[in-house]
Design a protein around this ligand. Structure first.
Ligand code: NAD
Length: 416
């Protein structure tokens, strides 16, 4: 099929590259000239294992001209960001709306518009469809609409796109759903077709559940730490119960990234605003996660009570290994606190330094051997290479369970 991808970020690039690999024609549309240039050079505009190789072996187009992309395709995927807006944590669908208004103007024959960006329940029906209809076009006649949330994990994005646990198709009408189901016909995954609102809720509820698992086990981990119990052994014992399992129960410095914190906040804000319901569990999941990175500083202070002028080394800036994404990374909270207490921060990350430098230009970025010379070392991302460093003689506070670091002179695990 001929597809247009609007927004060549994490979701858009992976979607477009994988669809092209499967034999579809793909036109990428983005307003970032550098990303378009990289795509034209057959390079990936984002860091994601396996993506550069796919990009080298596919033929795609890249343009800033949305009208061209829409008119030369049958399906358009909207993959622009939906950031948090304001102190209440509302999801901001402005970019989705802007893009859909332009798509509406470009429609000249039947076209399927697919919302892949994560939006709160009701957004597509209430905000997107009227914009597509603004120029006199009619849903069902001139265009179709689907919500097709993306569940990929950064660091495993290509694998996850190609082998999804499920494909959710929210459809405005049957024809829309059928077209999208056809695009996915070569996938072995179960396909669930539901209405638009339900598809939007499936995505945001899934992320809320994953966040809840992490904050839950961090809370148990915080109790375990006080009792001298290793929470990872506890999880091992719990996981034999099939109702519990062992996934997403890695206690540590908390969750970050562009999705979990933002989608959780969006669900809490939407629930209060639109339904008057105060989701207490979800609020506490978020509060716990905001506090969790600071635990590592509490532990550090057991060994170095005054941080002023002390050199503190940071291993890991990305919100998780395998990505250069630092959005809502725990490293942000930890480093802000360290700087506030007058520490000198020296940091290393195999991939995320350029992105982190853009928000924290004032700290020193160094190689791992320089981090290891600091007065203490904090491990904030579990990159594999951190399990090969020599920690002997050091003070290490581990937020990610890098067990090699147990050889340190002083070793503290955040929840173990
Ligand atoms: P991103 O910021 O990496 O990419 C968005 C892209 O859209 C950027 O390249 C930007 O230049 C482009 N863009 C913005 N405005 C545009 C416009 N008017 N015209 C054309 N291009 C425009 O975002 P992302 O991480 O890929 O997330 C996109 C959506 O997918 C969000 O709603 C997010 O919540 C959701 N999502 C993300 C992930 C993830 O792991 N990153 C996973 C599942 C769902």
């Amino acid at each position: 099929m001929r597809t247009c991808i609007i927004g060549a970020g994490y979701v858009g690039t992976v979607t477009g590259a994988c669809l092209a690999k499967l034999g579809n024609r793909v036109i990428f549309v983005d307003n970032d000239g550098e990303k378009l240039e990289l795509i034209r050079e057959r390079r990936s505009p984002i860091c994601e294992p396996g993506l550069d190789e796919i990009m080298r072996n596919i033929e795609v187009e890249a343009t800033a001209d949305l009208n061209y992309g829409v008119r030369n395709s049958e399906i358009t995927f909207v993959c622009v960001a939906t950031p948090t807006s304001g102190a209440l944590g509302n999801s901001d669908p402005r970019l989705v709306k802007r893009v859909c208004q332009e798509i509406g103007k470009s429609l000249n024959r039947y076209h399927l518009v697919v919302i892949k960006s994560t939006v709160t329940p009701g957004t597509t029906g209430r905000d997107v469809i009227p914009l597509l209809e603004k120029d006199g076009k009619r849903l069902g006649q001139d265009f179709g609409v689907c919500v097709n949330p993306e569940f990929l994990r950064e660091g495993f994005a290509v694998h996850d796109f190609m082998n999804p646990d499920r494909i959710i198709i929210g459809e405005a009408d049957e024809r829309s759903g059928q077209i999208l189901e056809k695009l996915y016909e070569s996938f072995a995954s179960p396909i669930l077709r539901v209405n638009l609102k339900t598809a939007e809720m499936i995505k945001i509820a899934s992320n809320a559940f994953l966040s809840t698992k992490i904050s839950f086990i961090n809370e148990i981990g915080n109790i375990c730490k006080n009792l001298g119990i290793d929470v990872y052994e506890v999880v091992k014992g719990m996981a034999y119960d099939e109702r519990i399992g062992d996934k997403f129960l890695n206690a540590g410095v908390g969750f970050g990234g562009s999705c979990l914190p933002k989608d959780l906040q969006a669900l809490i804000a939407m629930s209060g605003r639109e339904t008057g319901y105060n989701p207490k569990i979800l609020r506490e999941v978020l509060n716990l996660n905001q506090q969790q990175p600071l635990k590592i500083i509490e532990l550090l202070k057991r060994h170095i009570p005054h941080l002023a002028n002390m050199a503190i080394g940071i291993l890991g800036l990305a919100f998780k290994p395998g990505t250069d994404d630092v959005r809502a990374s725990s490293a942000t909270t930890v480093i802000e606190q360290l700087l506030g207490e007058g520490a000198q921060v020296k940091a290393y990350d195999p991939k995320a330094i350029p992105n982190f430098k853009a928000i924290f230009p004032q700290i020193e970025y160094v190689e791992p051997d320089e981090v290891l010379k600091c007065d203490a070392i904090l491990i904030l991302t579990d990159w594999e290479e951190f399990a090969t460093l020599d920690y002997k003689g050091k003070i290490v506070i581990d937020g990610r369970r890098v067990l090699k670091a147990e050889e340190a002179r002083i070793y503290e695990g955040i929840c173990w």
